[in-house]
Design a protein around this ligand. Sequence first.
Ligand SMILES: [Zn+2]
Length: 256
Amino acid sequence: MVLCYHRIGGCDVLTKPTEEFRHDLEYLKQHYECITLFDLCERLRQNIPLKRRVAVVTFDDGYRDNYTEAVPVLQSLGVPATFFVSTGFMSTERVFPHDLELAERNGAAPASVAGRFPKLTWDDLRAMQEAGFEIGSHTVEHTSLGQSDEATVKRELQDSLATLKQELGERPRAFAFPFGKPRDISRQALQVVQQAGYYAALFAYGGMNTRGSTPFGIQRMDAGNGLLGSLAWRARVAGLDPDYLRLKAKGINIGA
Ligand SMILES: [Zn+2]
């Protein structure tokens, strides 16, 4: 099971209160073996049986609270995690379009969003990597690659990887598709992910990964919605994710 979070320390659809995040991790530690994404992919690649139920914690986008709020909790409980960052937003004051949209939908002025969700700096990311956390790519511009032309797909995948290498050194890197729903993913983009040298590609929908899963089609479930009660969260973690069930009912399986 691969969980996806965005922000920690607050409460909205993309933000989970810090104490709830701690409770999530305590629950995971009780019921799952918490391993790194890299280890999970190695086990899948080598067809090593997953003896216990296994969980991987990931974060998308690159908000600064990942370092200030999430990392201390992860460290105190000894849970590894991978952080997928959109490189063009790190160490900048730029606002993600999805944060602007969310604010507008809630009737807030666009200007009120500026500075509200600070991004990680490259120094933060270096410290996180040194502490043993994995940093992966989430494109440069947080672009949906499902409909993008080939040049854009290549640029987003190659340039973000090059920036990570330049800022953080050469490491095995994984990639998480921005937005990550079936419409944001294409077979062509999945090919470029492999050609660019990533070791894994992650989606933002689906349920459990199984023994036959490939590292280039890791399904994840959203675990970071602060509005979700802890019972609903546990139901989702138990595999009762409504998005997953809906896609499964339609027979959509793009992870091949
Ligand atoms: Zn994202």
